[in-house]
Design a protein around this ligand. Structure first.
Ligand code: AMP
Ligand code: MG
Length: 423
């Protein structure tokens, strides 16, 4: 399992800024070391273990980008049409033809190798053919419509760096380079459970004061989307003995254990008590809103390896926000992925908002194109941490940076889509 020291989450300060949190994760948390070789198909979401270099040039040879006529640019008249003799025909995948001599052209198709001597291709739409001759217009720049060997990727260049989370486009690039297998980090093993005497399984009868479990379903989906293998340990009662037992058991086979509920500072603080029995616990008061303190710790496994522990709040929206802004960076680090590059996109706020300085705040918004064509962000009317429909009826989160305190209607603000946040 992951190699974690007992005090890796220790942090002494009242509030942890998001940037400092990411730095701390980077410095203290080691990634899982084991790797495996997997075929390209099915590798989406896996994390590249070592820099991948292009084994060949891409494209592998100079070729035509269009259907047309390959010529020697030096033969063309600068101020008039040029008449050239058509001396051959080059198809994609066909044999390389003879070199072009002065005054000659070759009929060529997209993807066919450039004949020796030719450096420029006229599109077939732009020329006139007269029998075995082609008349090409003046003015085309040398090298037009020709793709050079290695212009996409040079042999030996790093094309997919270590830590890349493979997407369809990376897989396509590797395939184009002839790579059939890739070395990736092994998947993280993550155990999840919900806590709370009131929490019951959907699909089972619900007594008067019980609520159905939303968090395990939320966490399982978020984790699987990030490539983790999830073990669902169900719902545990508010009982420190049962919780401690479950945590100790899970620590041996998992890199990370995530719970929700039972970490509030009220008297029913069962998870804290349980974790302190079988490991080490610290609270991160991350300077974000929403986001109550998140409990982090290390649970001692029987094999001497420790599992990381994250105790999330009970309210589902708080679970979502703390997951995407706190757990995800930790998870990516553990998994060996590079830090996520989240770029908030500029939109126009359709509401006024006040916030505390030195805290990053996230507001659930729906996007709408306004009459003047600009994209506007409309704040959801309900912003309670338990309001799940405030997540399903919106498109993403506005991110208000630490240094600002007021947002006026019409202000340009940064939007992060749910797709970007959970991917
Ligand atoms: P807690 O942090 O345990 O005090 O829980 C805060 C709120 O979240 C309470 O209203 C709980 O009933 C609710 N809650 C806790 N766990 C879940 C869960 N798994 N699914 C839905 N709601 C939950
Ligand atoms: Mg609870």
């Amino acid at each position: 399992m992951a190699q974690l020291t007992d005090d890796c989450f220790a942090f002494s300060g009242p509030l942890l800024r998001l940037d400092d949190m990411e730095q701390l994760i980077h410095e203290r948390i080691a990634s899982v070391a084991e790797t495996e070789c997997v075929p390209l198909h099915g590798a989406r979401g896996r994390i590249v273990a070592a820099d991948v270099k292009a084994p060949v040039d891409l494209p592998p040879f100079d070729n035509s980008a269009v259907d047309g006529y390959a010529v020697r640019h030096a033969d063309l008249l600068p101020d008039a049409d040029t008449k050239l003799a058509i001396v051959g025909r080059m198809m994609a995948g066909g044999r390389a033809g003879p070199a072009l001599d002065r005054g000659q052209a070759v009929r060529i198709f997209t993807g066919a190798a450039m004949p020796k001597g030719a450096d420029t291709v006229f599109m077939q739409e732009d020329v006139t053919v007269e029998g075995s001759q082609v008349i090409v217009p003046k003015g085309l720049k040398p090298g037009s419509n020709r793709r050079l060997a290695g212009e996409d990727a040079h042999a030996g260049a790093v094309v997919v760096p270590a830590g890349t989370v493979l997407e369809a486009q990376h897989i396509a690039l590797l395939a184009a380079l002839g790579v059939a297998e890739i070395e990736v980090r092994r998947r993280l093993k993550v155990a999840i459970f919900s806590t709370g005497d009131e929490v019951v399984e959907p699909g089972t009868p619900r007594a008067g004061t019980a609520v159905y479990d939303a968090n395990r379903y939320l966490l399982a989906e978020l984790l699987e989307r990030l490539g983790a293998v999830v073990t669902d340990l169900g719902i545990l009662p508010d009982d420190p003995d049962r919780l401690a037992g479950a945590l100790r058991e899970a620590a041996s086979g998992h890199d990370l254990i995530i719970t929700s509920g039972g970490v509030s500072t009220g008297e029913a603080d069962y998870v804290r008590t349980a974790v302190e029995r079988v490991g080490n616990l610290v609270f991160w008061r991350v300077a974000i809103k929403p986001g109550r303190p998140v409990a982090l710790g290390v649970i001692r496994g029987t094999s001497g390896r420790n599992a990381a522990f994250v105790g999330l709040p009970g309210n589902p929206v708080a679970v979502f926000v703390t997951f995407v802004r706190v757990v995800k960076p930790l998870l990516r680090r553990l998994a060996g992925a590079r830090a996520d590059k989240l770029v908030p996109l500029p939109v126009r706020a359709a509401f006024a908002y006040k916030k505390k300085k030195d805290r990053r705040e996230y507001v659930r918004v729906a996007l709408k194109r306004s009459a003047d064509g600009e994209i506007e962000a409309i704040k959801h009317p309900q912003d309670g941490a338990g309001i799940l429909t405030s997540l399903t009826e919106t498109d993403g989160l506005l991110e208000f940076p630490e240094d600002i305190t007021t947002i006026e209607p019409g202000a340009r603000v940064g939007f992060l889509s749910y797709a970007a946040l959970v991917g």
